[in-house]
Ligand binder design. Sequence first.
Ligand code: SF4
Length: 406
Amino acid sequence: MQFTGQAAPRRKTRRVMVGSVAVGDGAPISVQSMTITKTADVEGTLQQIYALAAAGADIVRCTCNEIEAAEGLAQIVPRSPVPIVADIHHQYRMALAALDAGVACLRLNPGNIRNPDQIKLVASEARDRKVPIRIGVNAGSLDKDLYEKHGGATPEALVESAQIELRYFSEVGFDDVKISVKASNVPLMIESYRQLADVTDAPLHLGVTEAGPPPAGLIKGTAGIATLLAEGIGDTIRYSLTSDPVDEARAGRQLLEAMGLRERKNVDLIACPSCGRAEIDVYKIANDALEAFGDREIPLQVAVMGCVVNGPGEARDADIGIAAGRNKGHLFVKGVNVAVVPEDEMVSALVEWAEFISEHGAEAAIARVDTEKARREAEKDRALLLTEQGDDANAAEQKIDLIRKR
Ligand code: SF4
């Protein structure tokens, strides 16, 4: 099979529109996150929504747990930069109030609203207003009858919960749905989505729920979401982290970019792991560079390499990179040396060159300098370091000699 640079072909699904954002049927996989403010706090919630959107969220969910929250939504929805989903748990009246507020989508938890008449009433209202609903099954709040029937929160139980809700919806002629079957246990989550994908063509919302604080929460979320995406399953994703929700949005975006499922929006920073050859504190320079680029929309791959001996070669595919020589940095664009800068200007030079490339392209950046001069300086530094460190920068040979003499 030919390598396409992307994950597996995507599963064919129907499409729902969450406001202006298409989900399913080949639409770009969207990133979701959720506000942690009180929804009644309109200004605070909007501020968080803007931060989430800047970090990569295409859709944002807000809780609608009380009438003040629904009233807040009525003011938030028209001012939000992204479509708003109302999260409903126990009170079907909150779903109706959220629809009145003009939200772009509802999330219903079938484990928490179990009265069929109430479910059908909400679905009818959503149908009339052409507002989609996410059926959000959660292993932790699974319908207790299903829990007993299946002997626990099994993949079969989670899928059946979604199917029961789908049947209620179809009784009132409503099928504008996306579905999630989340669990905090990664293998359970993966198997539940696989089984769900076999029985429905509704778009799927992926997530490992209650994954916890980073880095473990990020790893769990990535293990579940990326595994399914690599199988072509999933149309929209959310990381659930015990952390600033901006981290969730950023992680979602970065995962999709890393898997070639979304175009790069921000800098993709690669850096060597450092070793005995490093002429700088690679961790510090890489972190300073990450901070300097922040969420700026510079869709380039930027490399930070610890030495000029191997750095430029190993990062030759990066759009721009810097490799350390003795007290200085050698900048290279697409593997071509372009400039030498003092060590304390490495990060600012990277940002400046990246901005130029982003605006004018790599060729124009290379054309504006004497690359031969930069190449000669890099060669000189490289030769110097090789002479000093030899091929064995970590002095392994010396250590082996020592060991043998004991
Ligand atoms: S050889 Fe150079 S580029 Fe490679 S890990 Fe070591 S310091 Fe980094």
